[in-house]
Design a protein around this ligand. Structure first.
Ligand SMILES: [Mn+2]
Length: 583
């Protein structure tokens, strides 16, 4: 790969920080980024304080969210009237957490409530199969959907026709018509406060639970304080759902994740405490662990078998029960990894086989196999899309079966849903959105679909930029890379969707490169220095191919994030190189 790998998007115009910024450790070079990403925090010192140190009091009062007051009142009536309530959720981490928050809150108030989480084989949301199984358990007086329901008007009507009242809480995008006759709480509606527009399903469920607490315990007496304490004990699980569902980490979600991480590190719920003990080495939990350890474990239950296992873990009260569930969830995740590795390997073999995929000519990769585990084809498709920098579709057929179900994933810049729409004539069904979609197809259509989908993606590739963009937070000098800057950067965490870790551009450096890693080469170690005499070390993981580039004595511009350098007790900063170009 030639350098630079990215198109560097230059920093926003320099913005002078107000005097109060320095008092909070925000050095001048980070301020333009703060102003760009969090304009609401630049108004005055109190707003900035809310950004840097969110508190429980910063959570938006539930009744400011349209629909929550009505929904809470209806739920409260059902609790008082001993009506049968069903909370209808989803099998992913977000949906399971949403279900757990609401079921546990209703139970704590004495309500008669039953969770219903579809099986992956029944499909997402209120599918015919899931609705039928749900109704097998009896016709509820009140149905509350969480993380689903907003596009399920027809299925909801089946419940309504049986006399069930309906509350829909969902963060998915409505498809034109909203469910009729239901109380609706959905972040995409125009009247929702700006900071709540990106809530995940569990975030909306949490807001409804908060509304229920506010409805039934308007006063902060002992019972009211206890109810609020129980509510806030859900922030740990909510932070996992928020990161796992890849919603923006600004606004209310930033508050949720910051407070949730604090809870996970101090006083997690029994289930998450045992999951941490089973999966981590005792180090601090960070947002990375939410996305790469805890989220995948919670998700694995729904992928491999039944999401109820994750639900039971989240609502467990006793450490012993929680420990047993955490161990089962760890095993389930190991199973998930194994199945995923099998599909990864089979897909890699098909990528290497010229009659299935041509790296030079094909706009997409379409793989298929018998007996691939349905729960992991989406993950494997994402891996293939990452590797090939173009959309990938993987279709799993049951051995000897004729109908295959597949998952499609595409890198940023592609719209795989639109590409599937162009191939509709070869598909039994498809659905999803820009970056992720699902399909079903018969075996005899596979070859024709492969050709058509590849061509559709190739047309899209022509329209997307050849080089991906890298957003630069600020152009700084090597001498400005110090502990103060690192502290300022860290005060903007948690990083993730919508609030990526800041990347700095440092120009005109000389660089001496050596191989990083003693036995297995891991990348390059760069000794960097500038004309002013500043020196620093940079690590560039996985960049061994570029060793030769640094052999001559030219000057380089670097794009890098900061790394704490606590080696042998010395507190310093290193650069984690993301990209480089000749100055
Ligand atoms: Mn969701």
């Amino acid at each position: 790969m030639s350098l630079p790998r990215y198109d560097w998007s230059i920093p926003p115009k320099s913005v002078e920080p107000p005097p109060f910024a320095a008092a909070h450790g925000l050095v001048a070079s980070i301020w333009p980024l703060v102003a760009l990403r969090f304009p609401e925090a630049t108004r005055d010192e109190a707003s900035l304080q809310r950004l840097l140190a969110p508190r429980l009091a910063d959570i938006t009062p539930p009744f400011e969210f349209p629909g929550i007051r009505e929904a809470a009142a209806r739920l409260s009536k059902a609790i008082d009237g001993a009506g049968d309530i069903v909370v209808f959720g989803d099998f992913d981490a977000d949906g399971v957490t949403a279900t757990a928050i609401l079921v546990s809150t209703i139970r704590s108030m004495g309500g008669r409530v039953r969770p219903f989480i579809p099986l992956r084989s029944e499909g997402y949301g209120l599918s015919d199969a899931a609705v039928a199984r749900c109704l097998d358990g009896g016709v509820p007086d009140l149905l509350v959907t969480v993380d689903c329901g907003i596009t399920a008007g027809a299925a909801l009507k089946r419940f309504a026709d049986l006399g069930t009242s309906i509350i829909v809480t969902d963060h998915h995008i409505p498809d034109g018509s909203l469910p009729e006759g239901a109380i609706l709480a959905a972040p995409h509606l125009e009247t929702v406060p700006q900071q709540c527009r990106d809530l995940c399903g569990a975030g909306v469920a949490f807001t409804l639970a908060a509304g229920l607490v506010a409805t039934r315990f308007p006063e902060k007496n002992d019972a009211g304080i206890a109810a609020r304490h129980r509510l806030f004990s859900w922030l740990d699980a909510l932070s996992i759902a928020t990161v796992a569902d890849v919603v923006s980490l600004k606004g209310e979600n930033r508050t949720f994740v910051t407070l949730g991480l604090r809870a996970l590190n101090k006083c997690p719920s029994p289930g998450l405490r045992q999951l941490l003990l089973a999966t981590m080495d005792g180090s601090d939990v960070t947002e990375r662990h939410l996305g790469f350890v805890l989220g995948p474990h919670i998700n694995s239950a729904g992928r491999m078998a039944d999401a109820s296992l994750a639900f039971e873990l989240l609502i467990a009260q006793e450490q012993d029960d929680a420990r047993a569930l955490a161990i089962r969830l760890k095993q389930t995740n190991a199973l998930r990894k194994g199945e995923c590795a099998k599909v990864d390997e089979a897909a890699a073999a098909q990528i290497a086989s010229p009659d299935i995929f041509d790296k030079e000519k094909d706009g997409a990769f379409v793989g298929a196999g018998d007996g691939w585990h349905q729960g992991v084809v989406g993950l494997a498709a994402a891996h293939a899309a990452d590797r090939l920098c173009r959309p990938a579709a993987l279709v799993a057929f049951s051995p000897g079966g004729d109908i295959g179900r597949g998952s499609v994933r595409g890198p940023a810049g592609y719209d795989v849903h639109a590409a599937l729409a162009e191939c509709a004539e070869y598909l039994d069904a498809f659905g999803g959105h820009e970056s992720a979609a699902g399909l079903s197809i018969t075996r005899d259509q596979l070859a024709a679909f492969r050709a058509a989908f590849s061509a559709a993606c190739l047309r899209q590739a022509g329209a997307t930029a050849a080089t991906p963009t890298l957003d630069i937070a600020a152009r700084i000098s090597l001498g400005e890379v110090n502990l103060d800057l690192l502290k300022a950067v860290n005060s903007l965490a948690p990083f993730g969707e919508g609030n990526e870790e800041p990347v700095f551009e440092i120009d005109g450096l000389t660089a001496k490169a050596s191989i990083l890693g003693r036995d297995v080469p891991k990348g390059l170690r760069l000794s960097l220095s500038d004309a002013a005499g500043a020196t620093l070390e940079g690590l560039w993981f996985g960049a061994i191919d570029h060793l030769q580039d640094f052999r001559d004595h030219s000057r380089w511009d670097f794009a890098a994030t900061l790394l704490p350098d606590d080696y042998s007790g010395r507190h310093g900063v290193k650069l984690k190189i993301i990209d480089a170009r000749r100055a």
